[in-house]
Design a protein around this ligand. Sequence first.
Ligand SMILES: [Zn+2]
Length: 343
Amino acid sequence: MVEERKNGNFLNTFSVNTSNNSAKKVMIIIGESLNRKFMSLYGYKRNTTPNLLRLAADTSNGKLYYFSDVISPEATTVPALRKVLTNINNENNIPFDKCITIVDLFKKAGYQSYWISNQAPMGKYDTPNAIIASSSDHTYFTASKNDIKSDNASTGNYLDSELFNVFNHFEGSDKPQQKQVFFVHLMGSHFYYNDRYPASYNVFNSKKDMDTSSYLNTVAYNDFIVSHFLKLAKNDDFDIVCYFSDHGEDLKYQHNQENYTRNMSVVPFIVYLSNNYKTTHPELDHELVKNKNTPGMTDNFFQDVQLICDFNSSLFNPRESFISDSYLRVKRRVVNNTIPYDN
Ligand SMILES: [Zn+2]
């Protein structure tokens, strides 16, 4: 499958038209196990996301939009990203070996694609993601620093800040006019929480509830990571940054299908537009503001991203994008389409 994806046969099955107005530089940050209820950006009582709050309040250099009712279709990474990063959604039953990935979409639109990841490169638990990642023009996995050769290669347990230099290295390696898309795959707030942040982020440390404290520390560290990537993107004239988590987290059960709770569905969904891009896309600005409380699900991110980047493709269907005014709302179901989320 990896070979088939690399050969690019899938690229002949659809068309993408871009214009001078389409985005030139795009960053898509894929978070991990972040339940937005624990972010002060979304009203959490403790100040876990001061940097994102600051960026949201400052419209002098671009604008941050954050959506209040977006959920993940699945409770675990692989099934979630299988839908989030492809044209597979809850309604259409497209099999994985026939799907178009978001990497294919950007390739067809003429972008250099970069996949930089602090998650495991290839293993029995993450095969579909590795296949999606592998069709990028350039890939980097922090775990490769460990010289891990086994099929079950797990992560190297590096902090997400390892990816800053990788991004800077790749970003500067292209010709200035080259269109670029970066996928940044974080380890975020994944269990075990203590492994996800440096000692300097050990700020919440109630003895009564160690797990919650550690989780809040991951949220605070992730706030630093995501906002730092936003700053790097701003400095390098990116038009767009999207950030969301693959799924949420329940502090008692973490995330799994067997003990599903609604906390596993709840994710942040954030879009940044540069000033220039916002000015040339007033309708998009309007839709992002107007629809920020729409009940949405990330299984149709494939559609959202086309709307945001101003693509005109044969696969575009605005009725499936919760950002669009044409969105056709469906009752959301989660965990392999088996559990109703909306009444
Ligand atoms: Zn995950």
